[in-house]
Design a protein around this ligand. Structure first.
Ligand code: AFP
Length: 326
């Protein structure tokens, strides 16, 4: 992306960068609208009510007032964008139809405030967004046309891909998102790991994989927030995040539509990989909005090592498991 004369590459704001991508004007508009909505979410996070909303979400989890407010901000902005057909939110029980026709329109699945329970201890949280062409949201994640997240941390950053590189923007003092990293790439192997879930509920393959990581000197880096934890692996270009199947929870915790597909799309386009332990996350055919799956996401060598350990400890030779992963 060449910078205009007299400006540095890092004064390029989001809309101009998007216009340099081979995407429709409607998709440029949609991504910019989501970026605008995030500014109201930031304000809610920084000043809003930390209490409970007295309602629960699709998973029976108690909703915080911030969950409900953030969801309302995102949904209203998507509806009024004029380019959205269907909307699915982690905070809504069913799909919301904004427009009936599919021509030139997009469908959006989002988690408006992932990690919201971390706000009251002042840890970083984020918004995660997955975008498809047309009206069908129950597609394999490989069909996404865009994925992005906004990270509300010490700085506010926005990361997106439309399939041609992964790019980071940081909010400046005018609340504009300007380019800070372009074409981010993962290294082949990492030295940090983010292990989700209770260790005493790990199956043997996962336990042995963690010991393998510790033996090779990897450092544990886990905040409990999916967005900051993935962002750390991506920005350092090395490491692995995992939330495995647990004893009693064979599909782990994280949601395919709202969390795993967008992050897998981003990490794969940065040269990493993402697996459920058997197949790439992006090849999962979702059967319901609330479908969950185990996830191993980050450097290719680390993700492959994880799937090899799982295979070895399920009696399947590692080579066979490697074949499955391609
Ligand atoms: P909340 O949205 O309920 O705070 O959960 C956050 C999350 O979905 C995801 O952001 C984290 O990676 C994961 O849960 C952490 O789960 P554990 O607390 O079980 O490790």
């Amino acid at each position: 992306m060449p910078a205009a004369p007299g400006t540095s590459k890092f004064q390029i704001e989001l809309r101009r960068h998007l216009r340099g991508q081979n995407i429709s004007d409607n998709l440029v508009h949609l991504i910019c609208e989501i970026a605008e909505a995030s500014k109201y979410v930031i304000n809610a996070v920084r000043t809003g009510d930390l209490g409970v909303a007295g309602t629960s979400n699709l998973y029976g989890e108690e909703q915080l007032a911030l969950d409900v407010l953030s969801d309302r901000i995102m949904r209203k902005r998507l509806i009024h964008s004029g380019v959205v057909c269907n909307i699915a939110s982690e905070e809504m029980d069913e799909i919301y139809q904004a427009q009936a026709s599919a021509d030139g329109l997009y469908s959006v699945a989002y988690d408006p405030l992932d990690g919201s329970s971390l706000v009251d201890v002042n840890l970083a949280v984020g918004t995660i967004v997955s975008i498809y062409e047309g009206c069908d949201l129950l597609q394999p994640g490989r069909n996404q046309v865009a994925a992005m997240y906004i990270l509300y941390g010490p700085r506010v950053s926005l990361v997106y891909t439309v399939g041609d590189g992964v790019h980071e923007f940081t909010m400046n003092n005018l609340m504009e998102f300007t380019l800070t990293r372009e074409n981010i790439r993962m290294q082949e192997e990492g030295n940090i790991y983010a292990p989700g879930g209770l260790r005493n509920k790990y199956n043997d393959g996962d336990e042995q994989f963690i010991r393998h990581l510790e033996a090779k000197g990897c450092k544990l880096r886990y905040s409990g927030g999916f967005v900051p934890d993935i962002n750390q692996v991506l920005m350092k270009g090395k490491g692995i995040f995992m939330y495995p199947a647990l004893k009693g929870s064979p599909n782990g915790k994280l949601r395919v539509l709202f969390e795993l597909n967008p992050m897998a799309f981003i990490i794969e386009h940065a040269g990493g990989s993402a697996s459920n332990g058997n197949i790439p996350i992006l090849d999962i055919v979702p059967e319901s909005l609330d479908q969950r799956a185990p996830i191993y996401i980050g450097c290719k060598a680390d993700v492959k090592a994880a799937t090899d350990f799982l295979a070895e400890h399920k009696g399947v030779p590692a080579a066979a498991a490697s074949f499955v992963n391609g």
